[in-house]
Write a protein that binds this ligand. Structure first.
Ligand SMILES: [Zn+2]
Length: 386
């Protein structure tokens, strides 16, 4: 108990020093109104022989994306509700329903996905900025018999802590851990890490597999360190719903390979998702045999804390060789989502312009990626035609 109090006080002091962020509810409401008025925009990367089906990517914020292809729809780490430090540490983890309403209306043409348009949610790791909105999404928006969540046992247990609000999804919370021989990933174990089996979405046009990865430290002080109170695992569903940001322990981490399939079920395009967390050199990489079978067209790259990971992301880019990179988790998620005219604040403690410059320099030298994209959260849909 003393330890818990001590840790929380330490966290508050540290957090206050690092993130002097405050935003009044009135200002948040104004910003929200402003950017909800923006109509979605699309752009196309046209190829000589384009695939008749285009991939629609919507960046939600943090590690969150909605991917739509051939009728299948998949969410990665969906997180809408940027929260202040005060909200996080007073057990006030509440979703921003207005943002969820607007996003789902735009993407699905309806606020409630009762028919299961979105069939799959993939979770990279269980920190609140990746998982914190999921119980509310399942409770209020994705109440359908199809949707299945895949992630660590920690992620599944945290969602289960909400019990009654998500009763009909309890059987659809799938821990990925039984699919791997190793149950913990530490530095240096990367070389022969397995990949999970492929799971197919109901429409048969997308499939995915998980790759155990790791999570960069949160700060550097004579070497990388993690904030201890959000580290570790949740091995049983907590007795009470997890409304405290600090309850969301990291658990195991996953990168994902996501294939887009032609109508006969043959993979034609490949996405590699490193959306959740910067990872150490060699950990969470797509195995070479998979890259040889099907090269990577799009890579979702995590910006946050890239400088704390061991040698990230150049060796990963070099291994994956994607044609297009979309960078996420770059914005300051302790502030409300910015309106389009605003200069967005970047995630604290990370030099995002430097990262972009480094990737651009890498692209000039190596000839890939051909395109490097960075978008505001929830702002526009990106249509990719390869
Ligand atoms: Zn995290």
């Amino acid at each position: 108990m003393y330890m818990a109090l001590h840790q929380r006080t330490l966290f508050l002091i540290l957090a206050s020093c690092l993130f002097l962020v405050y935003c009044s509810p009135r200002r948040a409401a104004r910003l929200r109104r402003d950017w909800l008025d923006q109509s979605p925009q699309t752009y196309t990367l046209q190829r000589a022989k384009p695939n008749p089906d285009s991939l629609l990517v919507s960046y939600i914020g943090c590690g969150g994306y909605l991917l739509q292809y051939g009728g299948d729809k998949l969410l990665l780490d969906p997180f809408f509700s940027n929260l202040s430090m005060t909200q996080l540490n007073t057990g006030n983890l509440r979703p921003d329903y207005a943002l969820m309403d607007a996003f789902l209306q735009r993407e699905l043409g309806t606020k409630k996905d009762s028919t299961g348009q979105i069939s799959t949610i993939l979770i990279s790791h269980a920190h609140y900025d990746h998982l914190g909105d999921v119980p509310f999404l399942l409770q209020s928006y994705l109440r359908n018999p199809v949707v299945t969540l895949y992630g660590s046992t920690t992620a599944v247990n945290l969602v289960r802590s909400f019990g009654a609000p998500v009763p009909d999804t309890a059987r659809q919370l799938q821990s990925l851990e039984p699919f791997f021989k190793v149950h913990s990933v530490t530095e240096g174990e990367a070389s022969d890490l397995p990949v999970s089996p492929f799971f197919y979405l109901p429409g048969g046009r997308m499939r995915f597999a998980a790759i155990p990865s790791n999570h960069a430290g949160h700060y550097c002080f004579f070497g990388p360190h993690k904030l201890p109170f959000i580290n570790g695992h949740v091995l049983q569903p907590p007795a009470k719903p997890a409304y405290f940001g600090l309850k969301y322990k990291e658990g195991l981490n996953y990168n994902y390979v996501i294939d887009l399939l032609d109508p006969s079920g043959k993979p034609v395009y490949r996405i590699f998702s490193n959306a959740g967390a910067a990872c150490d050199r060699g950990v969470g990489y797509l195995p070479e045999n998979l890259i040889r079978e099907q090269p990577v067209d799009l890579m979702l790259l995590c910006g946050a804390n890239y400088n704390v990971a061991n040698d990230f992301p150049m060796p990963l880019l070099n291994a994956v060789q994607p044609r297009v990179v979309l960078m996420g988790h770059w914005e300051n998620f302790f502030k409300p989502v910015p309106k389009i005219q605003q200069k967005a604040a970047v995630v604290p403690n990370t030099n995002i312009p430097e990262l972009l410059e480094n990737v651009q320099q890498f692209a000039r030298e190596k000839g890939f990626p051909e395109k490097i994209l960075i978008e505001y959260p929830q702002k526009r849909q990106i249509m990719l035609r390869f």
